[in-house]
Design a protein around this ligand. Sequence first.
Ligand SMILES: *Cc1c(COP(=O)(O)O)cnc(C)c1O
Length: 357
Amino acid sequence: MINFTVGPVQSSEAVLAIGAEQVPYFRTAEFSQIMLESEALIKKFAYATEDSKVVYITGSGSAGMEAAIMNTLSPKDKAIVINGGSFGHRFVELCELHEIPFSEVKLSAGKTLKAEHLTEFEDKGYTTFIVNKHETSTGVHYDMNLISDFCKRNNLFLIVDCISTFLADPFNMSELGADIMITGSQKALACPPGISIMVLSPKAIKRIEETKCKCQYLDLKIALKNAERGQTPWTPAVGILCQIHTRLQEIQANGGVEAEINRTAGLAKYFRENIKNLPFEIISESLSNAVTPLHPTTASANDIFLKIKDEYGMWICPNGGEMKDSVFRVGHIGALTTADYDKLIDAFKDLQAKGVI
Ligand SMILES: *Cc1c(COP(=O)(O)O)cnc(C)c1O
């Protein structure tokens, strides 16, 4: 199978080799060293300030999203949530569940955030801004400069879900003034699922210290205390943390975060240029390098997903809910090459020749 989804994605040979090894014992100086080296590389790749901290949660990306809300916000806050699809909707549900007052900016599928959407929220006593930088469900990549300017002007605490965009698109945490950056192990980090990573600004750390978290497992006060010595409070997904360490070092050795972003951008461009004659429309107003969201104009998206999986041995990414038949996505993250895309495009052309699409 070739995997063109948005997670889990294909891992490099070096990452796969670690998966075949015994999982090491972790309350050791050697494992702490691995964790601290990873922290330094994550901060570097996110352009975080020196006094930022990294915590690792064993759980998928959503655990990081919930930890952010539970550890830094309270009913005294007033948040703006950008809801452009299923991941934005998850933040809406989290604010409801944890009783954080909020207003949402609801965007229809494929539409991006514009300055005009934010004008009504200027100077209205909001404290916090919550956004998925890349709304992966519809492949819409928001303008972080617009968001950052708004947050700076209104002195807002800025929580950014970068789960599918970290390492795929540029992100400069310190320039943007972002306070929390969340990512996950199975997207552009291209490791197995199971670890959520959070980068915390000094402002976020202060909020964590002042906020009572009503969940012991996700309490970031405890995580931060343990992180000082390169450890986690509870047994983490040790093997995945070893894989993340190797993957980060691999990116560093191959030219760093810019080189990795360029590599992904190159794959996205190659794919997009070579599907121009196929009956697909790109549905997003502003694309990330991580994924191309497509509306097939002549057939059901889900049927295409099933045929590509069952008849050609490749996974593209289906959409759920209302978009099940109208949208599928093709990912550009993970260990993929242009030769892999040639195989996928040939499969689409074959479906076209057979009159299926
Ligand atoms: C993948 C993803 C998540 C997290 O999903 P999990 O299944 O919990 O890992 C959250 N937000 C975005 C934007 C994502 O792409």
